[in-house]
Structure formats: C-alpha cells, structure tokens
Design a protein around this ligand. Sequence first.
Ligand code: GTP
Ligand code: MG
Length: 451
Amino acid sequence: MNLSQDTIAAQSTAPGTGAIHLIRLSGNAAIEIADKLFRGKKPLAKAPSSYVNFGRIYADEHLIDEVLATVFRAPDSYTGEDIVEISCHGNQYIADLILENILQTARLAKPGEFTQRAFINNKLDLTQAEAVGDLLAASTRHSHKIALDQLEGRLEKKIRVLLDKITELRLRLELEIDFPEDYVETISTSEMTVKIAELKEELQLLVQSGRDGLILREGYKVCLVGKPNVGKSSIFNALLNSARAIVTPIPGTTRDYLAEAIALEGFLLIFYDTAGLRETDDQLEKLGMERSLGIINQSDLIIYVTDSEPDEAETSKLEKLIEEKKIIKVLNKTDILGTALITKYLQKGYISCSTVANDGLSALKSRILQEINIKPEEFELPPLTNARQIAAARKALTELEQVEIALTEGVSIEFIAFDLLQVSKALEEITGLVTTDDILDKIFSGYCIGK
Ligand SMILES: Nc1nc2c(ncn2[C@@H]2O[C@H](COP(=O)(O)OP(=O)(O)OP(=O)(O)O)[C@@H](O)[C@H]2O)c(=O)[nH]1
Ligand SMILES: [Mg+2]
C-alpha cells in the first residue's frame, strides 16, 4: 500500500439539486478530518465500519446540515484506505459548504483518483478499474453486461490463465537452462511448437474479441450516405423515431453532419446523417462534405441511399469512396417509384423503403443487426473492450510470433525463454501489472471527479 498518499475528498454525486448528495473522503486522515465537522452520538473515530451514523455537520459552530456518515476502514474499503462517506441533503449549496470545510485540511480529488487509489492498493486490476468507468457510461443491455463482467474480474482471470500457461512453458525452459544435466529435454521442440501454436490461437482470438468489445462498449457507427435529396435525413429521423434532422425538398439541406445514438436489441447504435455528396462550388456545402468523408471513414457500416435510376458515374465514384466498408444499399421513396425500377434494385440486393409510407424500415433495422453479427449471449469469456487493451494484446501476439520464428530457426532456448518473457510483459500491460504513470494518468483522467 502507498502510505505517502494525502487525504482526498470530492462530491461523488452529479452537481445540482437532487434528493441526496454524497461527499467522499479517502486517506489516512479521512476519519479525523470528518470528525472535525461531524457531531453524532459518538465520534466517527469510534464508529464501527460500514454502519450508517446519523449526525450533524457544523462549521465554526454553525449548523450546516443533518447528515448520514459511514466509515469504511482500511483495507476493507473501495480505495483500500480509510474512507468516510457523508450523505447530506441534495442541495448544491449545502454540499459545497461541507466540501469547502473538508478541503481546509484535505485535498480535492482529481478525476478518477478514488479508483486510481483502488488500483494502486490492489483492490482492482486495471481492467476492473476501466470497467468502473464503463459501468458509469453503459446505456444498453450489452454494454452494461460487459462492463459488469469486466468489473467482476472475468477479463483479468482470462488474461491470468494465459499468463500462467506462458509462465509454465518458460519455467520448463529455464529449468533446462539452469540444470541441463538433470533435466535433459524437459520439453521437446515439437511439444514446444504445439504449445506455441495453441497460445497463438488463443491470443488471436483475444485480439479479435476486441472488435466485438469496442462495438458493444462504444457503439456501432452507422453512416447514411448518398446524393442530395434522396431522403437520408428522412431515414435518419425514421430510425431515431424523432424529427431530429431538418428535411426539405431542397437538395443540400443537410450541411454539417448529425450524430444520434439509439439502443436496438441491447446494442448501442450511433447513426450519422451526412451532407449529400455532389459536385458543388458552394463553400459551406464543400466543408460539410469534407466532414461527411471523415465520418464515413470512422464508420462501421454505410447505408447508401438512392431514389432514382442509377447514375453509373456517380455510383462508381461513391463505391471508390466507401470501398472496404460494410455497406447496406437502400432504395428510398418507393411510394412514388415504378415497379420496374423497384424490381431492378431489389434484384441488385437493395432494401426498398419509403419514409412517407413508413415501409421497409424494420427490414433495414434487421439488416443492420445482421451486419453487427455479434451474439453476446454466446460469449464464453468477456472480450477486450478498449484500444489500450487491444494494443497490448496485439503486442503480445507479435512477440509470440517472434518465438514461433525463433523455434523454426533452432535458436537456443535462452533466447526463446527471453522472447516468452516479452509476451508475458505485453499481456501484463492489460491487467496493469506492468504500466507506466502516463498510461495510468490517461486512463483515470477520463473519469469524473469523486469516482
Ligand atoms: N415521396 C417520398 N418523398 C420522400 C421520402 N423520403 C424523403 N422524401 C422527401 O425527399 C425530400 C428530401 O428529403 P431529405 O430527407 O431532406 O433528403 P436528404 O438526402 O437528407 O437531402 P440532403 O440533406 O439535401 O442531402 C424531402 O422533400 C422529403 O420529404 C419518401 O419515402 N417518399
Ligand atoms: Mg439531409
């Protein structure tokens, strides 16, 4: 445990008016500082851990509020340090007054600092600490589930199992290095090759799981693209079930892109409505289109919308733009189009819809879900969920490929053992066994104050 930490305090509830505000202190002096303000049946120093104590907060003999205070003593607390939590009435003025008085002796916590301390004091590994933030942000069934799984330590356990396998292999090699006579060939090259191949497959699956994890946690980005006036904004509104975007018969209505999220079957979908793509001299429209292109690049799926006879030149231009992207093609305005044209498009695999007749939109939603193609119910193990974890897993995989090469080249076992150690180190970055301060600062600074 890091004993040099000063005592920190912050309001843990969102600012504003509510039923209750919670102010939290953590550190060696937490109980002593709270006792300077708190008056109850007995001082908090004498209160048992984890029990709620009714009392009053006074500052300079002035009553500020009636409160409930709970003490959690080290090491059995969220941060692993002494914690006091004061629940006052949900008035921001009162909460500010209490915090101001606490901050005469404590220091205001930085964003995420309580969770950072929990990590430093080994109450959480880094994946669990990240899961705390994810849990606060989760807004759909699946993002909630993976954040909880990660918080429960399921990802950490999965990484630990992999690390144990690597360590076991490495120890067998090291025995052979240290006691060559006693342990002749504790592991043969062929057994080693098999084990490395198995590990490689597991690491590949781990890296791939990041694709699902990112989509579940951050959302699936779907971008509406097409020529002006084809009905992109109308489809955007229909998908959101709200008149969010302006719709007019004037081509070039949407200038800046719009983004809105919805939950569909437990998935978070982020829809982007973009400016229609065409040749133009209008500066504003050009800027809008540039932004559209940026959004297209970041999207997981493109919905390409058209409403009339295919314009070959336009289509090939668009196809170039969105090549390598997943795409759903949509023919809109079927209420005013002839059957021949509709049939022609249906044969080309387009989905037909009409926002006016409210037709074909549920088929479009089903297709989007099909494209996501993730079945979280079937996950045996939790996926990686952010870029940091994925980068570390990729690094581990690259290091393992070095081991594979070394094996085929017949390199001596000392080098193979060393390369295996590098695989472990890369994997340990995921759970935070190996981390640098700047990585930690980056992770925790994204949290809110008081968490
Ligand atoms: N008949 C018919 N008209 C539609 C349909 N969907 C949209 N429209 C009309 O088509 C016109 C253009 O619709 P928008 O949704 O603004 O088209 P857009 O693709 O966003 O256009 P830009 O923002 O200019 O690129 C409007 O007048 C809509 O009312 C449809 O299904 N049937
Ligand atoms: Mg529009």
